[in-house]
Design a protein around this ligand. Sequence first.
Ligand code: NOJ
Length: 562
Amino acid sequence: MSEKKESRDWYKEAVFYQIWVRSFCDGNGDGIGDLYGVYDKLEYVKSLGVDAIWFNPLYPSPNADYGYDISDYCDIHPDYGDLDQFKKVLNKAHELGMKVIMDLVINHTSDEHKWFKESRKGGDDNPYKDYYIWRDEPNNWDSFFEGKAWEFDSLRGQYYLHLFAKKQPDLNMDNPKVREEVKNILRFWLSMGVDGFREDVINFISKKEGLPNGIGFLPVIGSIHNFKDGPHIHEYLAEFRKVCDEYGAVQIGEGPMTTVNTALKYLSGDTKSMDMMFSFDHMTADCLFTEYLHRPFKLIRLKNALSKWQYKLAGKAWNSLYLENHDHPRIISRYGSEKYHRESGTALATAYMFLKGTPFIYQGQEIGMTNIKLSSIDQYVDVSTKNNYIRYHVKDPIEARLHRIHISSRDSARTPMQWDASENAGFTTGKPWFFVNPNYKDINVAAEEERPDGILNYYRACVKLRASSKTLLRGSYKEYEPGNPLIYMYERRLNKTSYIVICSFSGEAIPFILPKGFAGHSAKLMLTNYPRKRKQGEIGILPKKGLRLSPYEAMVIKMKRV
Ligand code: NOJ
């Protein structure tokens, strides 16, 4: 057993930081974030107390879907640097004590990948002929990003399948040669020293035989049962797991619409192929399936989703915890309040960072970045944002259509990182590739560094507290007052030690009578986002008359249980 293999479990005590490099930091002044910028900011990342970095795709790509359309799996996009620069970043991250995981996108490639260019040519003795999914006649599936899921290719004289954008043809994973290619990609990066992978739409890689029609009248989701958790998924993933086992690499699956029961198949038992899965349930507390189908935020939906995963995975599998990533608008603008920016940003951090599992922090989340509101659809760049705009609600007035984009676009998570109050938020000395959020003068890293009670230092305190306690790392989870529409309360417990997390999601001050069994107990305040109102470290008796919670007040208290 290699040294790495023995230590694969490191992820259970880790906190990850996610870097979407194009908007993180520009090191060479061309307006695009790159690995030179990342190199310079690694100390900052480390200062958060995190243990690992997940990089979104860094590979060459025509950027039809900003890196998720890969044209070469074994190189670095020239916009971001080269393999040497990547190795420098990797080594420095390791020296600073941080692991590095890459994004693995194998459901599809770019149409500019050599395999697809060759496959288009057809021909019986063409080795790439069956690398993709070609048909003479399309079925009725919709793509997620651009109309129907089939595009006619005039060179080959056939249609190819693309579950996402037209420029993202789906690979044919039933072809053993394609699976060998995937294993070679894994080996390429693992032998360089990367520590694992986040695996893109991994539950879609095995399609139902014969590609049967979906339920016609349901747009997009009507065909999902034909490719989600498909017939050979666990066989194929077992092959990839074997390679990762050789290196002790961590695997984190992204599985859109994964239910907790199907996730357990990926995470445990004979079919275990992943160490964690990203759940989506808790990301629909203000929408249906996707942020574009908005509905008002309800805390109860969020609590139900989080608790469901906490309870069902207990003792069987490990949770990944996140509130933001490059695919979702900013969380303060969604589940919190821009008015109570600091308060709700810190309350949201408290609500998820102490759950059982591995927290992920997305760049900018730690300083409370918020959604951007661009004035015209032409200013947006994300393929799915544009698609939603031209396809749905087209008869609504422009303002209403733009409002839907403002609250749902992935571009809000992709604006340049706000480092300081200087021009372009300190992201670049050139012309930024995308709009900087105009609130950067107030919301930026440098300003947050000066605010002891700000969101940034609160994240640091959360990471530190979590790492310091076996109870928070390994203890059980129990939710209290699940029916309370304004307060999220849960307990983490190990033997006789308990940590109680209480978070108000109300913009008003509200009373909170503690549930049975708490009043009269002695407890220590371990963390508060109202340090002027309550004294951290103070030991007191939990009051019978309850607590008066200020807007978005959050706290973590420690107590002994008998
Ligand atoms: C999920 C990725 O996170 C997203 O950014 C991408 O557009 C789709 N998969 C397609 O690769």
